[in-house]
Design a protein around this ligand. Sequence first.
Ligand code: SAM
Length: 295
Amino acid sequence: MIKDIATPIRTRTILEKYGFSFKKSLGQNFLIDTNILNRIVDHANLTENSGVIEIGPGIGALTEQLAKRAKKVVAFEIDQRLLPILRDTLAPYQNVHVIHNDVLKADVNEVINAELNDVADIMVVANLPYYVTTPIIMKILEDHLPVRGIVVMLQKEVADRIAAKPSTKEYGSLSIAIQYYMEAETVMTVPRTVFVPQPNVDSAVIRLTKRDKPAAEVQNEKFFFELIRASFAQRRKTILNNLTSNLPNGKENKEQIERALAEVEIEPRRRGETLSIEEFAKLSDQLYVSVYKKA
Ligand code: SAM
């Protein structure tokens, strides 16, 4: 019986054997609790035919539990020093491939085509490096990876923003950008004590499930996201003020923007944080057709 990597003793033994020192700049907080890892993996609903993409395997704590349940695991690790360690710790698992690369620079679609072409479904499962959580999640969405969903550990504060509902203080452009493509739910909160070293923020696990189609239909997605960024640029300002200050030629187009808001029955004094995705979609189409398509 092989001992799990994610115990305090085994982790310490591995780190000492290789003289490994943590790099804070790479968000290295390793999990040392097999029970927590198993619960994370449970939330991914894997089968023996599933493929998994992991970001940042570290010394392989989560990778090992994924390998036991999935058909194949492909893991991206940026830190060269971890590669010999992973070769050692993951030697018992034939279904793992570690790729030495920055996931933000990798062509993940190409890797999926080459390595995960014979799996029934694909999940992204990771304990993310906290300094790049948002860019990593946005990359997965914007690259349109053929994944069923994403289960990731991240800062609780970011998890709250991702899963937020309208009219809460956490709701913002990140909530909409993600909920447009995925259903978002926080499935676990995780104490600091299950990591080495302990992070100085609270952690949570979110599950994102790909929608069959985006949460709202819009004529031009690029403009829709531009509108959302503009609407939240200054949270305390009204929607009208944010749009006139932050959309291209907003000041010149003030009258048309007012007319578009009236047309879709959105009170110009409301704040962006009170608008639902559907309201943003209606406003986006109205403004796009009446002003920005022609620009
Ligand atoms: N999965 C391990 C665990 O749960 O114990 C380690 C998680 S640790 C929070 C994050 C890992 O991501 C580290 O191994 C770090 O080196 C790696 N990492 C950081 N930035 C990365 C990037 N841009 N691309 C790929 N891996 C990255």
